[in-house]
Design a protein around this ligand. Structure first.
Ligand code: GLN
Length: 224
């Protein structure tokens, strides 16, 4: 769905559409009955309740944000109350401190290390309980993921694993270093929608949509 077809964007969640897993997030929002839209230019951000910055490649995303002048635009909409969820590369862009690198948006008091598990081949899946988010364990997919090494005092840790933080939030920002949009898990999208003041209405009541398949998003890419 393109933004000009969405009448009331104050009840919509935008997905930053510069690079990375855009359609996968839109597909999850649709499963929850939430209006989702692609955002890529300044006017697209007006009134949005929330913004998802998808996973992809943070250096590339940072360059594109700068090239299109969107770094300041996102900061401004954040100041007016737009909530933000960064998945993986998105979390890197939101961090105030990035090991051996310059921060980009620098909106959340966390320290993050890129590619902290190694190469693409060191990507993995796991499962964990996130009591704030869902009653049952949720599937986790880590793709050349970063590690959150430290969270500031106003940041609540939602998931800690081994020697790193995998998910955290403050009042206005959610970060996950894994990719719920690459599993059938809808719990984190539902959780973020709640943070944005949006109620999910979709027919899936549990955390995982059993009808989801890894290629489901391609259907969405055809109709958008
Ligand atoms: N390794 C990527 C980076 O540093 C993040 C990977 C991802 O978003 N899955 O930007």
């Amino acid at each position: 769905m393109s933004l000009h077809l969405v009448k009331d964007t104050s009840a919509a969640i935008g997905v930053l559409d510069l690079q990375g897993g855009v359609y996968e997030h839109l597909d999850h929002l649709e499963r929850l009955g939430i209006t989702g839209c692609r955002v890529k230019q300044e006017g697209d951000f007006n009134n949005l309740a929330g913004l998802i910055i998808p996973g992809g490649e943070s250096t590339c995303l940072k360059r594109l944000l700068d090239t299109f002048g969107l770094t300041q635009v996102i900061r401004r909409h954040y100041q007016r109350g737009m909530k933000i969820w960064g998945t993986c590369a998105g979390a890197i862009l939101l961090a105030k401190k990035v090991v051996n690198d310059e921060p980009c948006l620098g909106l959340m008091d966390i320290e993050i290390e890129r590619n902290s598990f190694g190469s693409q081949l060191d990507s993995f899946t796991a499962e964990a309980l996130m009591p704030e988010v869902a009653a049952e364990p949720i599937p986790l997919t880590f793709i050349r993921a970063p590690k959150i090494l430290r969270a500031g005092k106003n940041v609540e840790i939602l998931l800690e694993m081994d020697d790193y933080i995998a998910a955290a939030e403050n009042e206005n920002i959610l970060v996950t270093v894994f990719h719920p949009e690459l599993t059938g898990c809808l719990a984190l999208h539902r959780y973020f929608a709640q943070k944005c003041g949006i109620k999910a209405t979709g027919s899936v009541s549990g955390s995982v949509d059993s009808r989801w398949q890894s290629h489901s998003w391609t259907r969405r890419a055809r109709i958008v």
